[in-house]
Design a protein around this ligand. Structure first.
Ligand code: HEM
Length: 376
């Protein structure tokens, strides 16, 4: 029996390839922000507890101050991919969202609580008060949000369990079980947070608002964190890839009715190579002194690696989703498209203008009067 609801009779307003391209670009940016939040927050909590070096509290404050801003990017960069995925995968995504409805809607409350706790964490740190428990609570809540998102994004790929779940309860109060890809996917995002958090520290170490001593501390720590958690990120990623069904793996090797998914498989290999290289260079930067190696990563190298890793991951993940759905009778390319090029053109102009405004905002922030991170 067909589990997917009927296709909406209204045609798509833009070609599928364009919607997918915009989806992947905006989702990769959402992932960069999410990883900065998940990793940066835990690092700030741990640094606020560490008393081994005065620079650790300075680094904790530097991260915490930026986390409330990072959260705005997490949210704003989440809305576009949510809209694009609803347009492309609505019949699967709406169904799974309804099935876990109570939890899905709870994300709004959890998000507001996390945001409030973030402000409390930063405020308490700035005031010199104990703040770790506030930050840790915010991190646990953010981890719960990530778990719920992973749950929905994997449940949307399993039409075979929908009817049973709905029969068990139409309240949306049950979470699905038995998906072998859920935990590795979630762990990948959590470990990836600390990996990207390490790269973030390396980026920060290039800022002129740190003293020379603080810069050394932050760069050294960033290298160590990125190297150690990069290995965990890699392990979780490989676990998630191995846990995929054979038909998906074959599709990623180009054996499906759409050989273009070979490109997603290729992106997976590029992701692997990038993560391995990043772990090695981070290890050289963080642990190099132990073997008398002088090596450092520049701020922009760290940013570039983080962005490329998230883009290749998102392309691969997109291939996994399409091929899984295809194996269950849902073909994302099989839609009636009636493109209104005027509207698409206007959208693209506004999109580019929006990016320009963000660029201008960043440049204004970069030119603002610098205050040393360690200043009270
Ligand atoms: C603390 C806040 C957030 C965290 C930690 C977070 C984390 C995540 C994670 C871990 C995933 C990947 C799930 C997976 O595929 O396994 C994800 C995807 C996603 N998130 Fe977020 N997220 C946050 C906020 C939001 C918000 C506020 C929205 C909506 C406005 C949102 C929309 C999405 C969407 C739509 C996807 C998947 C898109 C797709 O696959 O097409 N997220 N997020």
């Amino acid at each position: 029996m067909q589990s997917f609801p009927a296709v909406d009779p209204i045609p798509l307003p833009a070609p599928v390839w364009l919607l997918k391209l915009l989806h992947i670009v905006t989702l990769a940016l959402h992932f960069v922000a999410v990883e900065m939040l998940l990793g940066g927050l835990l690092l700030a909590v741990l640094l606020s507890l560490y008393r081994g070096s005065p620079a650790s509290l300075v680094a904790a404050r530097a991260l915490a101050r930026r986390l409330t801003v990072v959260m705005t990017f997490v949210i704003n960069l989440a809305v576009p991919p949510l809209l694009f995925s609803q347009v492309l995968y609505g019949r699967a995504l709406y169904t799974s969202s309804v099935l876990i409805g109570l939890y899905w809607i709870a994300i709004i409350g959890l998000l507001m609580l996390t945001y409030w706790l973030l402000y409390r964490f930063t405020g308490r740190l700035e005031a010199g008060k104990s703040a770790w428990w506030v930050g840790l609570s915010a991190w646990l809540l953010a981890g719960c949000i990530a778990r719920l998102l992973s749950t929905n994004m994997t449940l949307m790929l399993r039409p075979e369990v929908w009817r049973k779940m709905y029969s068990a309860s139409a309240m949306g109060a049950y979470l699905p079980t038995g998906d072998p890809t859920l935990t590795p996917r979630w762990l990948m995002m959590m470990a990836g947070g600390l990996f990207i958090g390490g790269l973030w520290l390396i980026y920060l170490s290039g800022r002129s608002t740190f003293t020379a001593k603080e810069k050394l501390f932050v760069a050294d720590l960033g290298g160590k964190v990125a190297a150690i958690f990069g290995v965990l990120y890699l392990a979780a990623g490989l676990w998630a890839a191995i846990a995929q069904p054979e038909i998906v793996k074959a599709g990623l090797a180009g054996q499906s009715i759409y050989p273009l998914y070979r490109f997603a498989g290729f992106a997976g290999h590029v992701w692997l190579a990038l993560v391995v290289c990043t772990v090695l260079v981070s290890a050289a930067a963080g642990f190099g002194k132990l073997a008398n190696i002088q090596f450092s990563l520049s701020s922009w190298e760290a940013v570039l690696l983080a962005v490329l890793i998230e883009i290749t991951f998102t392309v691969y993940r997109d291939g996994v989703r399409d091929l899984t759905l295809l194996s269950k009778g849902y073909d994302v390319w099989d839609r009636v498209v009636v493109t209104n090029w005027w509207v698409v053109g206007l959208f693209l102009v506004l999109f580019v203008l929006g990016l320009g405004v963000i660029g201008w905002l960043v440049s204004v922030a970069a030119r603002a009067r610098k205050v040393m991170e360690g200043a009270a």
